[in-house]
Design a protein around this ligand. Structure first.
Ligand code: HEC
Length: 480
């Protein structure tokens, strides 16, 4: 029992009988809530199975009862909120990736399929093409028809929920990570001063507005002028990246570029691609000719989505690479990296059509190489500076004090910064050992870039960053 108690409430002063007592007291109200949920779930067509609804309601009852008992034995609301949102964050991010993989996976698969279909077999002239493949224990033969089938099959698979679920989980993630922590996660360290609520309003407006601008441009440029469309799109992308890095903190800016493109991609599916497919199906049912323009638009948007994937995927992993989003010209790095991604996608798209443009991939690689060199010039430069600054030895005491006051308010076992209940990302700087262990991350987040402290909430000075840098360059010695 005590072991279980330690698991759910690791502090000795919560005694289990007290928890149990509160749990029993919380049950009647929780069961009532559970019954309401049981009937509310009837609203969802897929949940008409009684058994399914029963299990969901019981799960809800347990969650509500445990939560309210924890509250009643003295766990603070803020702490509960912090712990629950962190875990919710984990689950939502996990599902976001799973849905995203499913979406991009099917999109890549169908693109590949279309380009590899056997179309020249004289025995199968009645087909648009077919393809044999072998995968996990079986042979598959896929056929693409020239028009609609004589009779529509009972089950027709659509591939749309992957896209919608990716967008929905992504938006929830944006709320959890950025909107809930707008003052530390969205605002800029220096320069443009937004209020948190204004930052959120701008974010939502941009997500919605960008789709309408993109859609307007697509509709008003003729199908045979794709170069013009690509040029306008690219200029807008550059402006957007620059604008966002001007108004938001660096990571928020990057994520917003990704979120905006992701919204456009999902809206392409929702507003253009799926309506065109619906039109195909309904015309097949009514034996009418489908609206050809709808299909052409859908194909175009699907190609746009295909090119968007590589930049968006980079943005989603960019938070692991502070030398990109944390750099001074971070918007330019984003633009150039996206260009390399789009070029790479272009190469493979052409290759799938059996057009081999050999110059593309090496050019994309060179773009990345020169981006690396140019964006690292300041780091190379600081190697030179080290000579002059190393004359005077920085003491560890001085560094530890800076970290204690500028970082330790949040990054401690027991954070003292208001609103921070647990050390963010588990990064803790309580002891000399903690600091040594995390030295690379400190350098990346607070010396090579100015990402930490978020929005410089603790007012670290450039002099202090420089002191940490010199100490690290002198060997990060805790006996200095
Ligand atoms: C106001 C609170 C606060 C202060 C002060 C603060 N941080 Fe952070 N730190 C955060 C938050 C919040 C995150 C999580 C950011 C996220 O989820 O992306 C974080 C994340 C980090 C990470 C992990 C980054 C990653 O993506 O793995 C490091 C390293 C870090 N901080 C270092 C520092 C250093 C060094 C300082 C002092 C110069 C500092 N922080 C000061 C709140 C703070």
């Amino acid at each position: 029992m005590n072991f279980f108690l330690e698991l759910i409430a690791p502090l000795e002063n919560y005694d289990f009988s007290n928890f149990l007592h509160n749990f029993v007291l919380a049950l009647p109200a929780s069961v009532l809530a559970g019954i309401i949920i049981f009937f509310l779930l009837l609203a969802f067509k897929k949940l008409h199975s009684r058994e399914y609804r029963l299990y969901i309601s019981i799960a809800f009852i347990l969650v509500i009862a445990v939560t309210s008992s924890l509250y009643n034995i003295g766990v603070k609301t803020g702490t509960l909120f912090a712990v629950y949102t962190e875990w919710l964050h984990l689950i939502v991010r996990w599902t976001h990736i799973i849905f995203g993989v499913a979406w991009i996976g099917t999109s890549f698969y169908f693109n590949w399929l279309d380009s590899r279909l056997e179309r020249d077999d004289p025995d199968f002239k009645h087909l648009d093409g077919y393809l044999w493949s072998v995968h996990s224990g079986g042979f598959y033969r896929i056929e693409k028809l020239k028009g609609p089938p004589e009779k529509l099959p009972k089950t027709l698979h659509w591939f749309k929920w992957e896209a919608y679920a990716t967008w929905i989980s992504g938006f929830v993630l944006l709320i959890l990570v950025y909107y809930f922590n707008a003052s530390s996660m969205m605002l800029k360290n220096d320069g443009f001063a937004l209020t948190p609520s204004l930052a959120i309003i701008i974010s939502i407006s941009l997500l919605i507005g960008s789709w309408f601008v993109y859609d307007f441009i697509c509709k008003n440029i003729e199908d045979n002028k794709q170069e013009l469309l690509v040029s306008i799109g690219f200029v807008l992308f550059v402006l957007l990246s620059y604008f966002l890095t001007e108004i938001y903190g660096s990571r928020a800016a990057y994520i917003h570029v990704g979120a905006i493109i992701g919204t456009i991609m999902a809206a392409n599916v929702f507003r253009v691609i799926i309506p065109a497919q619906k039109n195909l199906v309904s015309s097949a049912e009514n034996k009418q000719a489908p609206n050809l323009q709808l299909s052409i638009d859908a194909k175009n948007r699907s190609i746009h989505n295909n090119y968007f994937t590589l930049p968006v995927l980079f943005i989603m992993i960019s938070s692991h690479f502070s030398f990109t989003y944390g750099a001074v010209n971070n918007w330019l790095i984003l633009v150039v990296l996206s260009l390399a991604g789009i070029l790479t996608r272009h190469y493979f798209n052409l290759r799938n059509k059996k057009q081999y443009k050999v110059w593309i991939l090496p050019s994309a690689a060179l773009i990345m190489f020169f981006l690396m060199i140019f964006s690292s010039l300041t780091i190379f430069d600081s190697d030179k500076k080290q000579m002059s600054s190393s004359l005077q030895v920085v003491s560890f005491n001085e560094v530890q004090n800076i970290i204690k006051y500028r970082c330790g308010t949040c990054h401690a076992k027991n954070p003292t910064f208001e609103g921070i209940e647990v050390a963010p990302k588990g990064v803790i700087y309580d002891t000399a050992n903690d600091i040594i262990k995390n030295i690379k991350l400190i350098k990346a987040q607070a010396v090579d870039s100015e990402i930490m402290p978020p929005n410089n909430l603790t007012g670290i000075t450039n002099q202090e960053r420089e002191t940490i840098r010199i100490w690290i360059e002198q060997g990060a010695n805790i006996n200095n």
